[in-house]
Design a protein around this ligand. Structure first.
Ligand SMILES: Cc1cc2nc3c(=O)[nH]c(=O)nc-3n(C[C@H](O)[C@H](O)[C@H](O)COP(=O)(O)O)c2cc1C
Length: 301
């Protein structure tokens, strides 16, 4: 099922979520070969960062809790990866984060020179200029970072939002007004905590972590619904998408594409192919096209 997104033709409406399979061309290419329409790199930051101590990811069965801590080699230390990725034959989103508007700008400008097809800014990080508050929970700081990045890049800009925002529609609108070309939602939910009652301690070394996978899907669907109401730009909907029917649900909330993260663990690297096939089966059983169901849940009864 081919689909158009911001002027590119994609082989399917599925997207690999950021941070799930790293940044090596070989792995990202395998994701594409397994039916993924658009592949997102792990978020790239301003400086080398080790991330948190292990354990960093725990599978809870109905989803995962993670505190990987945004490990990154730093944007200036990825020449090998970029050299390989230059020769890719698949559409790529490079994900960027920073601790200040200037850092986002610096990393995004550099990354733009490496010619990914899109840049996504992950605005779920603490803003050091505002005493650790997360950029993406405040419309003004979201607007400022989007406007600043938009000025220095020459590929379309996607903004990845956090479900922690009190009014995610308002944040999406601020991003659209600042020049964002698309929205991606959601990042992990939380933070949450899981305690091992025998050890009497939190299971994650960092104690708290973000939730993902099937248990967060209703939050993702609600967020995409609110964003669709607020903006005209396209939405990549993700959070718990595991089956074709989950993908249909997020499209009905308003998404143009369905992102997949944790489900790579649950269903394997060919999850993209499986989800696309399941979507096609559902659509043909109902004599519908994907465009017919986009935002369908917004129609008044
Ligand atoms: C282990 C792990 C690492 C992640 N790393 C990133 C990251 O580097 N950047 C980012 O924007 N999101 C990151 N995420 C969030 C995912 O991209 C996605 O938004 C979230 O997991 C919800 O989707 P899912 O339920 O399909 O996993 C990470 C998620 C997990 C589970």
């Amino acid at each position: 099922m081919t689909i158009q997104f911001l002027g590119k033709i994609l082989q399917s409406p599925t997207v690999l979520a950021s941070g799930i399979l790293g940044n090596s061309k070989d792995i990202l290419e395998r994701v594409h070969e397994n039916g993924c329409g658009l592949v997102t790199m792990k978020s790239i930051g301003p400086e080398p960062r080790d991330g948190h101590k292990n354990p960093t990811v725990i599978d809870l069965g109905h989803g995962m809790i993670n505190a990987v801590g945004l490990p990154s080699p730093g944007y200036l230390n990825m020449e090998n990866e970029w050299k390989q990725l230059e020769k890719r034959n698949f559409p790529l989103i490079a994900s960027v984060y920073g601790g200040s508007v200037r850092e986002y700008q610096m990393v995004a400008e550099f990354v733009s020179s490496k010619k990914p097809d899109f840049i996504e800014i992950n605005i779920s990080c603490p803003n050091s200029e505002k005493h650790g508050m997360i950029f993406g929970v405040n419309p003004q700081s979201s607007h400022d970072v989007v406007a600043a990045v938009k000025k220095v890049i020459n590929v379309p800009l996607i903004v990845k939002l956090t479900p922690q925002a009190p009014d995610i529609g308002e944040i999406a609108k601020a991003c659209e007004n600042a020049g964002a070309d698309a929205i991606c939602a959601i990042n992990t939910v939380g933070p949450g905590m899981v305690i091992d009652i025998e050890a009497k301690m939190p299971v994650l070394a960092f104690k708290k972590g973000g939730l993902s996978g099937p248990m967060v899907k209703p939050v993702a669907v609600r967020c995409v619904f609110d964003i669709y109401k607020a903006v005209k730009i396209p939405i990549i909907g993700l959070g718990g998408i595991t089956t074709g029917e989950d993908a249909i649900e997020i499209v009905m909330a308003g998404a143009s594409l369905a992102g997949i993260g944790s489900a790579v663990r649950y269903r394997g690297i060919d999850v993209f192919q499986k989800v696309t096939k399941e979507m096609e089966t559902w659509l043909s059983d109902h004599h519908l096209h994907i465009e017919d169901i986009k935002g369908a849940a917004h129609k008044e009864k």
